[in-house]
Write a protein that binds this ligand. Structure first.
Ligand SMILES: [Zn+2]
Length: 497
């Protein structure tokens, strides 16, 4: 009987969000809950579980341990991470008898207030428990930062080949196939990797239409070779400022170092030459507001710099501040995380006016907008279904504030703002406004793009700004493009056995 352990831990953070995130921000699955919850889902777990069951049939015992999944946020409070890591490792310590392999579903862009490589830590600690003989295979998001510590402690990696991500299940399946190759065929994984000193962002990273698709298509092509176990390209999350933040490609082969070397060179291809194109095309707040004021509308302002789905605080008021200061003539709808303002609104009640500073109470890049805000509505919003994605949103207590032509949907907890859920839940339809501020780098077209006159991709400040040089990296290796425009790249192939 083959005994394979399955667990995971995933989160993606923005180092530049000053609000650290706590244990409560995670949801947990224990033991068989991982199996039950994954059924019928497009998830890495589902892909791995189904593939292993298909390959090993009755000769298989799956041992489910623990899964912790946190939404994108600021750095994880280190004590919270210690607690999570203990919970992660405890069921592995408790396993008795031999095990044949471990599969972990990870993201790769975690960071705590003290630890720059939480996934590397979890893998190293797991290795200490299980010894050198048991293969550990992981799956990662292509925004994950694949570190040396991770590579030293795993025997295989499978990475998403799509952005926006749709191949969750497929990636789990590819991870499981590495396990099958090791157990059934006796494969001996070796890895090659090339790190590239460039951070990238923008539409060219959309794998179906952008130039980054070249790397992904090469990876998929390489994986067809019988001796290539996996190939992947990480653009990494530019907001996770850790020592090994960079772009990188890797290839795992079955004990064939020359093939791994040759393949990874092919994989990296023109990425470096294309780095200039893989930067966001943004318009200044001033220019966007000025142009929009002349349009009939409706218009959208994409404020990706304050996207909670990328790890930002969600409390930017920069665009509405500029609009208020410049007498913007149209109606505006925005969303802001502001627990204090919401709490005050719930104390006072609907119809009252309150002199309070809204927004900018969490991330000090922004300053609260002190005005006489009218309380239009209050509510408690829990377990909201998103428009398309299968996640549940819990903004908690909400309040709608109005000041002249500006309507603010304020909430207690940061949530993903990749669709219109928070607006609808609070009785506000973006179609009833001239201008809507959208705190997400990309939205599905029907939410805005299909019916707005123009969507301005704004160069606002914020902890997830696509204008990467404004973020203030202090930890990642330098020089790094685009922070240092004259960064040089000499490909160096690292080998991991
Ligand atoms: Zn991602």
């Amino acid at each position: 009987m083959k005994r394979i352990v399955i667990g995971g831990c995933s989160q993606e953070i923005s180092t530049f969000n000053p609000v650290s995130c706590q244990y409560e921000y995670f949801s947990f699955k224990y033991g068989n809950e991982i199996d039950v919850d994954s059924r019928g889902k497009n998830s890495a777990y589902a892909g791995a579980i189904n593939e292993l069951k298909k390959e090993f049939k009755d000769d298989l015992e799956l041992i489910f341990t623990y899964d912790a999944e946190g939404g994108a946020a600021g750095p994880l409070d280190h004590d919270a991470f210690i607690r999570i890591s203990e919970e992660f490792l405890a069921p592995i310590k408790n396993i008795t008898g031999k095990i044949d392999a471990i599969y972990f579903s990870l993201h790769g862009a975690m960071g705590t207030t003290k630890e720059n490589d939480p996934e590397g830590f979890l893998l190293e600690e797991t290795r200490k428990i299980i010894g050198d003989e048991v293969p550990i295979i992981i799956s990662l998001d292509l925004h994950g930062i694949l570190t040396e510590k991770m590579l030293k402690n795993v025997n295989g990696v499978a990475t998403y080949h799509t952005y926006p991500h749709v191949d969750f299940e497929e990636t789990g399946k590819r991870a499981a196939k590495i396990i099958t190759n090791i157990i059934k065929n006796g494969s001996k994984p070796v890895a090659s990797r090339i790190k590239i000193p460039a951070l990238v962002r923008g539409n060219e990273l959309i794998t179906e239409s952008g130039i980054f698709g070249e790397q992904v298509r090469t990876a998929i092509e390489l994986e067809k070779h019988p001796k290539v176990l996996s190939a992947g390209f990480h653009i990494c999350n530019p907001f996770t400022d850790v020592p090994e933040l960079c772009s990188q490609g890797y290839v795992f082969t079955d004990n064939d170092i020359p093939l791994a070397e040759e393949s990874v060179k092919k994989l990296v291809g023109n990425f470096w030459d294309n780095r200039h194109k893989m930067q966001a095309d943004l318009i200044s707040v001033e220019d966007a507001v000025e142009e929009a004021s002349k349009l009939n509308g409706p218009v959208a302002f994409t404020d990706a710099a304050d996207a909670p789905s990328s790890g930002a605080s969600g409390d930017s008021n920069e665009i509405i501040r500029f609009m208020i200061e410049n007498n913007y003539p149209h109606s505006v709808l925005t969303s802001i995380v502001d627990p204090n303002a919401v709490s005050k609104a719930h104390e006072l009640g609907v119809g009252e006016t309150i002199n309070i500073g809204i927004g900018g109470n969490l991330d000090k890049r922004f300053k609260p907008i002190m005005k006489d805000w009218k309380i239009k509505s209050i509510s408690i919003q829990e377990n909201l279904d998103m428009e398309n994605w299968k996640f549940i949103l819990n903004p908690g207590k909400c309040a709608v504030f109005e000041y002249n032509n500006i309507t603010v949907v304020a909430m207690t907890n940061s949530i993903m703002m990749v669709d219109r859920t928070i607006f609808f839940a609070n009785g506000q339809d973006p179609k009833n406004f001239h201008s809507t501020i959208v705190k997400s780098p990309h939205c599905e077209p029907e939410f805005y793009d299909e019916w707005v006159e123009k969507n301005f991709n704004v160069d606002a400040i914020g902890s997830t700004s696509a204008n990467l040089v404004t973020l203030g990296h202090t930890i990642c290796e330098r020089p790094m493009y685009p922070m240092e425009k004259d960064t040089e790249f000499k490909p160096n192939i690292e080998i991991y056995k």
